[in-house]
Design a protein around this ligand. Sequence first.
Ligand SMILES: [Zn+2]
Length: 121
Amino acid sequence: MGHWCRICDRNRANEKFSAKGRKNHICKDCAKKPKEEIEIIDQEQEIFRYLQQSNISAKNLSRLERLTKSQNQRIAELATIVLEVGRIKPNKRQRLKFLAKEHRELLQELDDAGLIMAHDW
Ligand SMILES: [Zn+2]
């Protein structure tokens, strides 16, 4: 049946995983990547997850604040946008509609950063 790798985000054959890799959802190929690279991918997915949650908590916001200071420009950028969204509209319900009405530029930034998809509308 294979196993899912969280880093390359796909199902791979069982033999592509060590026992430890299976547990951590990381295949042998990805496990060879530099630690920083793995960390960046994890952080990017983490930021995307905050937007999918029904609510962005205060704890999430302080985590995002830390991520805005990332050495990685993409992570810092994504975190800055999602942090702003979380402050303005932590609750996911009607968020995009609200942003479209009241915070058009922020919605545009979300879109430009690839943080929202057409089907989110
Ligand atoms: Zn992988």
